[in-house]
Design a binder for this molecule. Structure first.
Ligand SMILES: [Mn+2]
Length: 305
């Protein structure tokens, strides 16, 4: 239990990915919740771009305005949730929405230098338009959201802030307080950037060797020592495709879901945990019994219920 009222916000974004289907994630998840009778979770709103993303790869310049606009709306929404002393859970949508989620939450607490973020993901999402060219993701914006939150990349995303705080510093995250767990498909440019900044990356080999719990607890203990609040950004592609087949960009050899769900008691009820986001649900790739949606539900329940 968070002790706060939980607000569920969907962000039906597909413009940030080269794949198809994440834009249907929130609606499909909502339908799944209805069928399961999971009455405790209900989306307050599902934000969508005014033009639905086309199938397949998107041109960077065509996608940027849609990614920026939805992030702006999402940023206002999460900012308001924090202002109301509630707990935001954002469900995506591709991972470009992280810019909106955290650009609303972090400045609402004025915690810029004192905010921790645990980013559970197969990817680093830390390319910039420059480094993306040499990587394999073709410049899609879901591969650039963490870089933007750290102050690198497209100006519109780096500088995104809630309207009423326009004069605040655009710095959102101190790299010392960012922890990535589960990385196993990293481009050279983004790896260089994060290493230069000093972001702690737990690559999958280390996670497999030490166990997820050890890495997670270590990140938490650093964050609890050095920050005043923190959030969790969970990309479903961090999990092994056996457990989470319904993602846009599956990567073999992932973290086993059961272990992660078990570990969430370490954060459940912690008043310093102030927000959660779960992204990249791609319903068309789910199993007939919707294994990935069920996993997302167990995960959310393990964290906030
Ligand atoms: Mn991601």
């Amino acid at each position: 239990m968070t002790g706060k009222k939980v607000k569920f916000i969907g962000a039906a974004q597909g413009w940030g990915t080269g794949q198809s289907g994440t834009q249907h994630g929130p609606a499909a998840f909502s339908e799944f919740l209805g069928e399961k009778g999971a009455t405790g979770i209900k989306f307050e709103e599902i934000l969508s771009p005014e033009t639905e993303a086309p199938e397949g790869p998107k041109q960077h310049q065509a996608a940027l305005p849609y990614v920026t606009k939805l992030n702006r709306q999402l940023c206002e929404a999460t900012f308001q949730v924090i202002r109301n002393r509630e707990f935001p859970v954002v469900f995506g949508g591709d991972h470009s929405i992280a810019v909106g989620t955290w650009s609303g939450i972090i400045p609402a607490f004025r915690l810029q230098k004192h905010f921790g973020l645990i980013w559970i993901d197969a990817h680093l999402d830390a390319n910039t338009p420059e480094t993306a060219a040499e990587g394999k993701w073709g410049g899609h914006l879901h591969g650039q959201s963490l870089a933007a939150l750290l102050g690198h990349g497209e100006e519109e995303l780096v500088g995104l802030l809630p309207e009423e705080l326009k004069k605040a510093l655009p710095i959102k995250l101190d790299p010392q307080h960012v922890f990535i767990i589960g990385a196993r498909s990293c481009d050279p440019g983004e790896t260089r950037l994060l290493e230069k900044l000093g972001v702690r990356i737990y690559h999958i080999d280390e996670v497999n060797q030490r166990g997820f719990e050890s890495c997670f607890k270590e990140s938490l203990s650093e964050i609890r020592k050095n920050t005043k609040g923190y959030g969790l950004s969970i990309d479903l592609d961090a999990f092994d495709p056996e457990d989470a087949p319904a993602v846009g960009t599956p990567e073999e050899n992932g973290i086993r879901a059961e272990k992660v769900i078990e570990c969430m008691h370490h954060v459940n009820g912690d008043p310093r945990l102030v927000g959660l986001e779960v992204v990249e649900y791609c319903p068309q790739n789910d199993s007939p019994d919707r294994q990935t949606a069920a996993l997302a539900l167990s995960l959310i329940n393990a964290i906030v219920r």
